[in-house]
Design a protein around this ligand. Sequence first.
Ligand code: FES
Length: 116
Amino acid sequence: MTSTPSDAASSATDEWVAVGRASDLARAGRLVVVVRGTPVLLMWNDGDVVALHDTCIHKGRSLSEGVVFAGRLVCAGHQWAYDLHTGYCKARDRYQPVYRVCIDGDDVMVHLAPSS
Ligand code: FES
């Protein structure tokens, strides 16, 4: 069977990828990793790991510089606030991409494909 470019494109995001060690993330609290060219911010929040695209959809600042307040990550640029689990910015009615993430042993695994 021959694969097509569209097959290759879908397979590039349709899998879990090991992106780092859970012990390193636990020590640091948050990490930025690059997964297949996509900068992903990993951070602990209330005992869970969350993963968001690290580049703010407003003007591109790194969300790793933001602060967490009331379950939302507030961008250091212009204070757009994104829900940590959905990426929703209520004030702007827009979404920051979020990704599925899990811990497997000491591996942090990220899945770039949309969850539904
Ligand atoms: S760059 Fe993030 S709110 Fe403006």
